[in-house]
Design a protein around this ligand. Structure first.
Ligand code: TGC
Ligand code: FAD
Length: 390
């Protein structure tokens, strides 16, 4: 089919700055020319095209909103549009960029020492080095505050013990931002470099979602790191949760990209596919699905645009970010499922991108806080009552 036409039912284009449009178009063109031709094969093989790291770095994608250290210093709407275009390609591509930006560069930039920033940020920005973020554990997912991983001080070193699971880019990262409890029982962030004795990784196979993305286990067995590898600027669960606010913001935009890809494909398919002597797009029930999709995509775009403005003003609350992540990912998943339905049997093969997006979005619904956890975060905010557990 012809190339992507974009979705802009409410003239949102007119609300964007010249810079925001230029950044979006550059990433859209790159995804179209360089990534789309290879993604289906990587999805089949269960591999990720690591060679995209350098071009993404050159385009200023990594740490795009950060200032200094070679970062682009873009506004939050421009960053969101980048995430949208990457996820229009594949959720795995957006994950690759949002982990590097929001979960690795952000904590080093926000909580790191000057030496840590100078050592890591320029090479993470350029894509020369990759990073990963280790918060989730086998027994502690939605409740990371109960984590079991420990970083105990012994002489002039920290000794790490524990396991992190489901870690994007774990086995290819040169630096892992690992969250662990210290001697005082407080959560801290620690930079663990690949090759450190006692640190090993194992990739997770058999995934039916996020196949074009690397997901790993990180194991720490008496892994010793120097004292200067602790992030000095933060203490407690608000450290990792502050990073999640960055990444969840990017996911809210990214989900729009996944939904746009599915809507656009389903619309064009429905206009061409003839049954009962007519294009299936002429049937009321098919139109109802397409109208639902474009309405929900438009609402999601407006939600993100306003959230981006609030973020630029330093006024975006974590609970507002939760609402955008929760709503937009559910919207994208429902859109993908409807698009799959409109394609009929053709919807189950990877000749069309819809089933790939649909499977990926199951992960996006779960990671960075599940849909239900975000519901409870907003519920607590509006009622003042905690429904998480005991
Ligand atoms: P709670 O009392 O709510 O918070 C503890 C402290 O943190 C502060 N805080 C935040 N700060 C910044 N941003 C946020 N989003 C924040 N949310 C909370 C809060 O103010 C408090 O600060 P202080 O100063 O009072 O100590 O803690 P809780 O234990 O009740 O939290 C529960 C809950 C459910 C909200 C939280 O733990 C949670 O969000 N759970 C979901 C876990 C999660 O999202 N994991 C994601 C792992 S990383 C990942 O999935 C990467 S995917 C990567 C890819 O794209 O490939
Ligand atoms: P659980 O916490 O066991 O939840 C299972 C179910 O119980 C969910 O439906 C949940 O909503 C529900 N539930 C839990 N608690 C409550 C409650 N109080 N009330 C109501 N319902 C509840 N983590 C990282 O740290 N770094 C990464 O880079 C990373 N990448 C990932 C990549 C992939 C492909 C995937 C799949 C996951 C990744 N994760 C990563 C982990 C992800 O953040 C967790 O999977 C997620 O936080 C949920 O944790 P869990 O899987 O242990 O589910």
């Amino acid at each position: 089919m012809e190339s992507f036409r974009g979705v802009d039912y409410y003239g949102i284009e007119a609300l964007l700055t010249e810079e925001q449009r230029m950044v979006r178009d550059a990433v859209r063109d790159w995804v179209e020319k360089e990534f789309m031709p290879v993604v289906a094969a990587h999805h089949r093989e269960g591999t990720f095209p690591l060679e995209v790291a350098k071009p993404l770095g050159e385009m200023g994608v990594f740490g795009a909103t950060l200032k200094g250290y070679g970062c682009a210093g873009l506004d939050n709407v421009a960053y969101g549009l980048i995430m949208q275009e990457l996820e229009r390609g594949d959720s795995g591509l957006r994950s690759f960029a949002s982990v590097q930006s929001g979960l690795v560069m952000y904590p080093i930039h926000a909580y790191g020492s000057e030496a840590q920033k100078e050592k890591w940020l320029p090479r993470l920005q350029s894509g020369e080095s990759l990073g990963c973020f280790g918060l989730t554990e086998p027994d502690h997912g939605s409740d990371p505050g109960s984590m079991a991983t420990r970083a105990l001080k012994k002489g002039n070193e920290y000794v790490l013990n524990g396991t992190k699971l489901w870690i994007t880019n774990g086995s290819v990262a040169e630096v892992a931002v690992v969250w662990a409890k210290g001697d005082d029982g407080e959560i801290g962030g620690y930079l663990v470099e690949r090759g450190t004795p006692g640190f090993s990784t194992l990739d997770i196979h058999g995934k039916f979602s996020m196949r074009a993305s690397i997901t790993s286990e990180l194991a720490f067995a008496d892994c010793k790191i120097p004292l200067e590898n602790k992030l000095p600027g933060v203490k407690g669960l608000k450290g990792p949760l502050g990073c999640l606010s960055q990444a969840r913001y990017g996911i809210a935009w990214g989900a729009i990209g996944g939904a746009m890809a599915c809507y656009d494909w389903a619309l064009r398919y429905a206009q061409q596919r003839v049954q009962f002597g007519k294009p299936i797009a002429s049937f009321q029930l098919v139109q109802q699905k397409l109208v639902w999709m474009i309405t929900e995509i438009t609402k999601a775009q407006l939600l993100c645009l306003r959230l981006g403005q609030l973020k630029d003003e330093g006024k975006a609350r974590a609970q507002q970010i939760s609402m955008a992540k929760m709503n937009n990912v559910q919207m994208a998943l429902d859109t993908a499922r409807m698009a799959r339905d409109i394609l009929g049997a053709a919807g189950i093969v990877d000749e069309h991108p819809v089933i790939r997006h649909m499977m990926n979005l199951e992960t996006v619904n779960t990671y960075e806080g599940t849909h239900d956890i975000h519901t409870l975060i907003i519920g607590r905010d509006i009622t003042g009552l905690d429904a998480f557990g005991i």
